[in-house]
Design a protein around this ligand. Structure first.
Ligand SMILES: *[C@@H]1O[C@H](CO)[C@@H](O)[C@H](O)[C@H]1NC(C)=O
Ligand SMILES: [Ca+2]
Ligand SMILES: [Ca+2]
Ligand SMILES: [Ca+2]
Length: 156
C-alpha cells in the first residue's frame, strides 16, 4: 500500500513538471526531435543520432506521425526515420526494438514502398508531402533524431 501511494504521488509530481529537451531538439508530446540540416547516408544519420543520445525517429502513434509529417511538409524536405527492411526484404521494422509499425501509423505514399529498381530500397523517409517512401540507404537526406523528453524539475 505504501509503495502504491509512493508511485501514485511520484506520478502526480512528474505530471506537474514541465518536460524539457536537449539543445537543438524540439518538444512535441513526450518526445524531443532534432530536424537535421545536414544530409547523410542512412547509416551515418543513425550514428549521428546515437552520438546525440537519440535515435532515428520512430512513429508510435498517429499523433506523432502527423507531427513529423507536418514538419517535413512545412520544411519542404525529405527526412530519414528509423524504419527499414534491411534485415528482411519487404518486412518493415523499427530500428530500436525490431517491431513492425502498428498499422494505424502507416503513411506510405501511393506506389510506395516499391523497392524500386535496382530493387535495393530498404530505408524510409518522410517525404516533402508528409507521406513515406522507401529509398536506397546510400542516398543523402536530412534526418530526424528522437529522444524522450525529461522532466525539468520545475513545478508550476
Ligand atoms: C504537437 O504537434 C501537433 C501537430 O503539429 C500540434 O497540434 C501540437 O500542438 C503539438 N504539441 C506540442 C506540445 O507542441
Ligand atoms: Ca517515437
Ligand atoms: Ca526493400
Ligand atoms: Ca521507393
Amino acid at each position: 500500500m505504501m509503495l502504491l501511494l509512493t508511485i501514485v504521488s511520484t506520478q502526480i509530481l512528474l505530471g506537474a513538471c514541465d518536460l524539457g529537451c536537449p539543445v537543438a531538439f524540439v518538444l512535441n508530446g513526450t518526445s524531443c526531435y532534432h530536424f537535421s540540416h545536414d544530409q547523410e547516408e542512412y547509416t551515418s544519420a543513425m550514428d549521428i543520432c546515437t552520438r546525440l543520445d537519440s535515435y532515428l525517429a520512430e512513429v508510435d502513434s498517429t499523433i506523432e506521425g502527423a507531427f513529423l509529417s507536418e514538419q517535413a511538409h512545412n520544411n519542404n524536405r525529405k527526412y530519414w526515420i528509423g524504419l527499414s527492411d534491411i534485415l528482411e526484404e519487404g518486412v518493415w521494422r523499427w530500428n530500436i526494438n525490431g517491431d513492425p509499425p502498428v498499422p494505424e501509423v502507416l503513411n506510405w505514399a501511393p506506389q510506395e514502398p516499391n523497392n524500386w529498381n535496382p530493387g535495393n530500397e530498404n530505408c524510409v523517409v518522410i517525404k516533402n508531402d508528409g507521406h513515406w517512401g522507401d529509398y536506397e540507404c546510400k542516398n543523402y537526406f536530412q534526418y530526424i533524431c528522437e529522444t524522450e523528453a525529461q522532466p525539468t524539475g520545475i513545478i508550476g
